[in-house]
Design a binder for this molecule. Structure first.
Ligand code: SF4
Length: 1016
C-alpha cells in the first residue's frame, strides 16, 4: 500500500488487522512491525482501541506489535531460552562507545591507521565516526572481511584499518561475553542481522516462527534498512500474508541507515507464491488536508523525483481548502512573536484547542528555547517532551553537567564556563551581580598589585572561594554557591564506590532547586510551566544516569559525561513526563512523523539549517559505505544531492502534518546573515506568496491594557475614543487585570521614600573625583553610584597601568627601560576591546612614559609621596564632610608648601580657564588645608599633568592656592556644596557636554531617549 501523507495508511493497517481478526484469524498470529518505539506504542494503542478492550478475542491473545529491533531481540531471547543459554542482552550506546574508545586509547596495535587520522584517534568525535561506520556496515551485512574487501576495491586505507579494528572489536566483545558468563551482548545494528542469521541456521526455530505468524503487516516501510528487509524476508518469505505500507516521500532516516529505494524494490523482492510481483495499491484520497494545502505540498513533492503516482491524490469531497501562509521576518524574535500570535488567534477567535496545534522545527538544539520563551510570554501553553531535545542541551540539565565537568576536570573551568555557571540557576546571578563581582575582585586584586583581567579573577575566586570573603556578600553569593557545589561534586566523586547517580544527587540536593522549582510549578502560570519542564528534564537526566549505572556499574562519572555530551539526538529515554493537559506541542519534524494537527507552524526554515547540507560521517565515509554496499557510486556531488533530497522529504513531512492551516516562517535579515530556505519558494505558488510580515497587535491582556493606556494618554486622542478606552480599562480593573487600575501605574504613584540619602548630622564622604561629577550632574552621579555605571574602558586599563609604572618614577634618574618593561609585562592583562589595538596602545603607553620622564626632569619641586592615601574631616557640626582619596604625587615646593599632582592619561585636557576652579584639584587643596598630610597644611596649589595628549610633551595645568583668590574658602565651600548635593532627597538632571557619553541617558528625563513612564 503506497500513499501520500494523510491518505489513511495507518488507518488501513488497523482496519486490515481488525478485519482479519473478525474473519477468525488468531490475533496473536498477527505480527505488526514498525519503526521506532514511539511509533510501535502508538500503533499498539490504536489497534487495541479498534479491537476493543476487553475484546472478544482477548482470550486468544492480541496482535503482536513490535519494532524490528524488538522483534529480532525476541527471537534471540527465545533461542537462548530453548537452548538453556543465558539471556542475551542489548549493548547500549555508551557501552559500545566505551569499548571503542578503550580500544582506540590502547593504541594502534596492529591496526595501522592512516597517518592523517592518528591525531584524531583519542577524540570522542573520531570514536563516534568509527561507531557510525561499524553500525552502517553491520546493517548492510558487511563484516570485517567485507569491509576490508571494499577498502581494497575503493582504495580506502581508512576502511582497511577500520576492518582490522572491527575484528578486534568483535573479538573483545566475544571475550567479554565468555569471561563474564553473561548472555551474548549484541549491539543495535547487529541485532537484526544476528536474528536473521539464527533463523537461517536453525530450521526448527524458523519453522516455529513461521508457524506462529499468519499475517505480517509492516508500517513505515520507507524507514527500514536492508537488514530489516532481510529479516522480514526470512520470517514472511514462507507464504504468509504480507502487507507493507509506505510513502517513499517520507523516508527521512537515511542517517540511521534507512534506504528509500526499498519501497520501489519491495514488489520484486516479495513475490507471490506463484512468483508474480507483489501487487501495489495506491491510496488516492487525502483525508487530512484540503485542496489548497495539497496543492502547496505537492509543489514540494514534485521536486523529489522517483515514481509520482502516489502523489496524485485528491482531497475528500467537501473538504475545506485549508490555508497556507508563508511569512518572513527581520528577526527571529519577530518570527516567534508572530507564530505565538497566530496560535493565540486560532485558539481565541476560532476555538481551536491548544492540543490541536503544533510548532515544528528542524533542530530543537538551536530553535527550541527561544521559541518556547516567546510562546510562553504570549500566554501559549506549550509542551515539549523531555526526549525531544538532546539531554545535554536542556536549559535545566546543561548547568548540572557543566558543573560536574568542571568539578572533575578543573582545567575546563575557564571564563566562559564560570560565567555560564554563575548565570545558571545554580549560581543565580544576573548581569549586574556578575559585573559587581568582577569589579569587587578587580579592586581587591589591584590593591594587592595584581592586574589580572577580571575573567581570570572570576575563575580563581570560584576555584578558591577564600578570595570572596572580602567582596560584598550579596555580589559574592552566586560565586560562593557555585564554588560550594563544585567542591561537593569533587568530594562525592572521590568517594570509593561512588556512582554518577550519587554525584548528581549530591549536587542536586545541595542546590535547593528541587524545592524551588516544585513551588513554582505549584503556583502555575508561565513560570510554573518552565519549572515543570525543568523538573521533567532533570528526571530524564537521573533516568539516563540510572540506566548508565545499571549497565556499566564501574564506569566513572567522566565516562557518563562523555556519553551524554556525545548525544546529538535525543535519547530514546522513557522517563515519565508530567501531564500538561491542553498545550501546543513543539517538536522536530522527525518526531512529528505519523502525527497531525489542525494548525501547524513550521518555524525557522532558514537556508543552511533546512536544508542542512553538511556531509554526515565524512571522516571515515560511512555514507559512502552505504552507497558502495548498495552498488551505487555517488561521489561528492551525488551525496550532497542525496542529502538535499532527504532534507526536502523532511520538509514535506513537516508541511503535510497540517489539517487546516499551515504557517511556514523564516527570517530574512536583509543582509547575507539570515536567508529564508529555498523550500519556501518551492512551497509557494509564486514569489509574491512569500511575504514579509509585520507583527499584528498582540492578543494578550497586557498588550490590550498597554494599547488602552496609550490611547488614554495620547494628547491627540478624540474624547469619545478616550472615554471608551477609560471605560474598558475600568472594566478590566474591576476584573483584576494587572496594569488596568490607575493605582498600579508607576507614574501616578506617590514617591516611596522622600527622606534624604544621608540623615542630618551624619558625615558625608566625598572623593575628589565625585566632587566633579556631582557638580556636573547629580542625577548621573546617583544612578551611576547605584548600578548604572559601565565597565571600565580599555583606555582606563592603560591609564591604570601607566599610573602603576609612574610609581617607579621617583626622580629624574629613573631608568626608562625598567618602566617600559614594567608596562610590557602587564600589558597583556588589559582587557582591550580588540586585540588588534594592542600594538597601537602599547606605543601610546610608552609615549606617556616618555612624557612623564621628561616632565620629572624639569619639575622643580621635591617628591614626598607617591599614591598616598588620605582621609580628613571638614569640621562642621551641622554637616560633617570627610574628604577621602589618594594623590598620585605629593610634592613640596621651595616655600615648604604641599602641591598635589594628578597624572592624567586621557586624550583631551580641560582648557586652562576651567582649571582655575577645577573641582578635583580644589578638593585636594581643601584636604591639604584641613590637615590630610602630616608634612604641612599649607597648600602651594595643585596641578594636572597631562601625559596622554599626542604630539606634545607633558603639559602641566596649575591651579593656584585658594589663599591667592578673593575668596580663600572657595575650595572648601565647593566640597561642602557637593556633599550637600550627595546627601539630598532630590537629584537634578543638568544637561552638560558629557551627556552624549552618559551611561544613564536612557533613564534621564532631559533626554529624548528617556521618558517618564506616564508619557505616551
Ligand atoms: S544625560 Fe546628561 S543630564 Fe541626563 S543624567 Fe546623564 S549627564 Fe545628567
Amino acid at each position: 500500500m503506497v500513499g501520500a501523507p494523510g491518505t489513511g495508511k495507518t488507518s488501513t493497517l488497523v482496519e486490515s488487522v481488525a478485519a482479519r481478526v473478525a474473519e477468525g484469524a488468531d490475533p496473536a498470529s498477527i505480527l505488526v512491525l514498525t519503526f521506532g518505539r514511539r511509533g510501535a506504542r502508538r500503533l499498539r494503542d490504536r489497534i487495541g482501541a479498534r479491537l476493543g478492550d476487553p475484546s472478544p478475542f482477548s482470550a486468544r491473545g492480541e496482535p503482536v506489535v513490535r519494532t524490528f529491533h524488538g522483534y529480532a531481540f525476541g527471537i534471540l531471547r527465545l533461542a537462548a531460552t530453548l537452548s538453556a543459554a543465558p539471556t542475551p542482552r542489548l549493548l547500549t550506546g555508551p557501552e559500545q562507545d566505551l569499548v571503542i574508545r578503550e580500544l582506540l586509547v590502547d593504541g594502534d596495535d596492529g591496526i595501522d591507521w592512516p597517518e592523517a587520522l592518528r591525531p584524531a584517534l583519542p577524540t570522542r568525535a573520531f570514536a563516534e565516526e568509527l561507531r557510525d561506520l561499524l553500525l552502517r556496515a553491520a546493517e548492510r551485512g558487511v563484516g570485517p572481511a567485507g569491509l576490508a574487501r571494499l577498502g581494497a576495491q575503493h582504495r580506502r586505507p581508512d576502511w582497511l584499518a577500520a576492518a582490522r579494528f572491527y575484528n578486534q572489536y568483535t573479538e573483545v566483545l566475544a571475550l567479554r561475553d565468555a569471561t563474564t558468563r553473561a548472555g551474548v551482548a549484541y549491539d543495535y545494528a547487529e541485532l537484526v542481522r544476528a536474528a536473521t542469521a539464527l533463523l537461517a541456521a536453525d530450521a526448527d526455530l524458523l519453522s516455529e516462527q513461521r508457524r506462529t505468524v499468519s499475517h505480517v503487516y509492516v508500517d513505515e516501510l520507507h524507514d527500514t534498512d536492508p537488514a530489516q528487509i532481510d529479516l522480514l524476508s526470512t520470517v514472511a518469505g514462507g507464504g504468509v500474508h504480507l502487507v507493507a505500507f509506505a510513502d517513499p516521500d517520507s523516508s527521512t532516516f537515511g542517517f540511521r541507515g534507512a534506504d528509500p529505494g526499498i519501497v520501489n524494490g519491495f514488489p520484486l523482492r516479495f513475490r507471490t507464491t506463484a512468483g508474480a510481483t507483489a501487487e501495489t495499491v495506491t491510496l488516492p484520497v487525502s483525508y487530512r488536508s484540503g485542496p489548497a494545502l495539497l496543492a502547496a505540498t505537492r509543489r514540494v513533492a514534485a521536486r523529489l523525483g522517483g515514481p509520482a503516482r502516489h502523489r496524485r491524490i485528491q482531497a475528500r469531497p467537501g473538504a475545506d481548502p485549508g490555508v497556507v501562509e508563508i511569512r518572513t521576518f527581520r528577526s527571529a524574535t519577530s518570527e516567534s512573536a508572530y507564530v505565538a500570535h497566530r496560535l493565540r488567534e486560532a485558539h481565541l477567535l476560532h476555538g481551536v484547542p491548544w492540543s490541536r496545534m503544533a510548532v515544528l522545527v528542524r533542530s530543537t538544539f538551536l530553535q527550541l528555547a527561544p521559541l518556547q520563551r516567546a510562546l510562553q510570554q504570549a500566554g501559549v501553553p506549550t509542551v515539549t517532551r523531555s526526549d525531544v531535545l538532546p539531554l545535554q542541551s536542556h536549559p535545566a540539565v546543561a548547568p548540572l553537567l557543566l558543573l560536574l565537568r568542571c568539578a572533575l576536570s578543573p582545567e575546563r573551568l575557564d571564563e566562559d564556563a564560570a560565567v555560564a555557571l554563575l548565570h545558571s540557576p545554580l549560581g543565580g546571578a544576573d548581569p549586574l551581580a556578575e559585573r559587581r563581582l568582577r569589579q569587587g575582585l578587580r579592586a581587591l586584586a589591584l590593591a594587592a598589585g595584581d592586574r589580572s583581567p577580571s575573567g581570570v579573577l572570576l575563575v580563581e575566586a570560584i576555584q578558591d572561594p577564600a578570595e570572596l570573603a572580602a567582596v560584598e556578600r550579596r555580589w559574592a553569593r552566586p560565586a560562593r554557591a557555585v564554588a560550594g557545589l563544585l567542591a561537593m561534586a569533587r568530594a562525592e566523586a572521590a568517594r570509593p564506590q561512588s556512582t554518577v547517580e550519587d554525584v548528581l544527587w549530591a549536587v542536586w540536593s545541595a542546590s535547593g532547586l528541587g524545592g524551588r522549582w516544585a513551588a513554582q510549578s505549584a503556583r502555575g502560570g508561565p513560570r510554573g510551566e518552565t519549572a515543570d519542564r525543568d523538573l521533567d528534564a532533570v528526571v530524564a537526566l537521573f533516568d539516563t544516569a540510572a540506566r548508565f549505572v545499571d549497565r556499566l556499574p564501574g564506569a566513572r562519572t567522566e565516562v557518563f559525561l562523555d556519553h551524554v555530551f556525545g548525544q546529538e539526538l535525543p535519547s530514546d529515554a522513557m522517563a515519565p513526563v508530567a501531564d500538561r493537559g491542553e498545550a501546543v506541542r513543539i517538536l522536530t519534524a522527525h518526531a512529528a512523523k505519523g502525527l497531525e494537527w489542525d494548525v501547524v507552524a513550521v518555524a525557522g526554515v532558514q537556508e543552511g539549517l533546512w536544508p542542512d547540507l553538511r556531509l554526515r560521517g565524512s571522516v571515515l565515509g560511512s555514507e559512502a559505505l552505504v552507497d558502495v554496499a548498495a552498488g551505487r557510486e555517488l561521489g561528492l556531488v551525488g551525496r550532497v544531492a542525496a542529502i538535499l533530497s532527504e532534507e526536502r522529504r523532511l520538509f514535506h513531512v513537516a508541511c503535510t502534518r497540517a489539517r487546516e492551516r499551515l504557517i511556514v516562517t523564516a527570517v530574512s535579515s536583509g543582509d547575507a546573515e539570515e536567508q529564508p530556505s529555498r523550500f519556501l519558494d518551492e512551497l509557494a505558488e509564486s514569489a509574491e506568496d512569500v511575504t514579509p510580515a509585520n507583527l499584528p497587535r498582540g492578543l494578550t491582556l497586557p498588550a490590550l491594557v498597554a494599547e488602552l493606556r496609550v490611547t488614554l494618554a495620547a494628547p491627540d486622542t478624540p474624547d469619545s475614543r478616550r472615554d471608551a478606552a477609560a471605560a474598558v480599562l475600568a472594566e478590566l480593573a474591576r476584573a483584576g487585570v494587572p496594569g488596568a487600575d490607575p493605582d498600579q501605574w508607576w507614574g501616578l504613584r506617590e514617591l516611596s521614600d522622600e527622606r534624604p540619602l544621608v540623615d542630618p548630622g551624619e558625615a558625608v564622604t566625598v572623593t575628589p573625583s565625585t566632587v566633579d561629577s556631582v557638580r556636573r550632574c547629580s542625577l548621573r552621579w546617583l544612578l551611576e553610584r547605584h548600578g548604572g555605571s559601565t565597565a571600565p574602558s580599555p583606555e582606563q586599563g592603560i591609564g591604570n597601568l601607566v599610573h602603576a609604572a609612574a610609581m617607579l618614577a621617583t626622580d629624574a634618574s629613573v631608568d626608562r627601560a625598567s618602566l617600559v618593561s614594567y608596562v610590557a609585562e602587564r600589558f597583556d592583562a588589559i582587557e582591550l576591546s580588540a586585540r588588534w589595538l594592542a600594538g597601537r596602545e602599547r606605543v601610546r603607553a610608552e609615549a606617556m612614559l616618555d612624557r612623564l620622564i621628561g616632565w620629572i626632569a624639569k619639575n622643580p619641586r621635591r617628591l614626598i609621596a607617591i599614591e598616598q592615601d588620605f582621609i580628613v574631616r571638614l569640621q562642621d557640626p551641622e554637616a560633617p564632610v570627610d574628604i577621602k582619596g589618594r594623590v598620585d604625587r605629593l610634592e613640596i615646593d621651595d616655600e615648604g608648601r604641599l602641591v598635589v599632582i594628578d597624572l592624567k592619561t586621557g586624550k583631551s585636557a580641560p582648557i586652562n580657564a576651567d582649571v582655575v576652579e577645577h573641582p578635583q584639584l580644589a578638593a585636594y587643596q581643601a584636604a591639604v588645608e584641613a590637615g590630610a598630610f602630616a608634612e604641612s597644611s599649607e597648600t602651594g596649589g595643585a596641578a594636572l599633568v597631562q601625559l596622554g595628549i599626542d604630539g606634545l610633551g607633558a603639559r602641566e595645568q596649575v591651579q593656584d592656592p585658594p589663599s591667592m583668590s578673593d575668596d580663600p574658602h572657595w575650595a572648601v565651600d565647593l566640597v561642602k556644596g557637593a556633599a550637600r548635593a550627595m546627601a539630598a532627597s532630590t537629584f537634578e538632571a543638568v544637561a552638560n557636554n558629557r551627556c552624549r557619553v552618559c551611561p544613564v541617558r536612557t533613564s534621564c528625563p532631559v533626554q529624548g531617549s528617556g521618558r517618564q513612564v506616564t508619557d505616551p
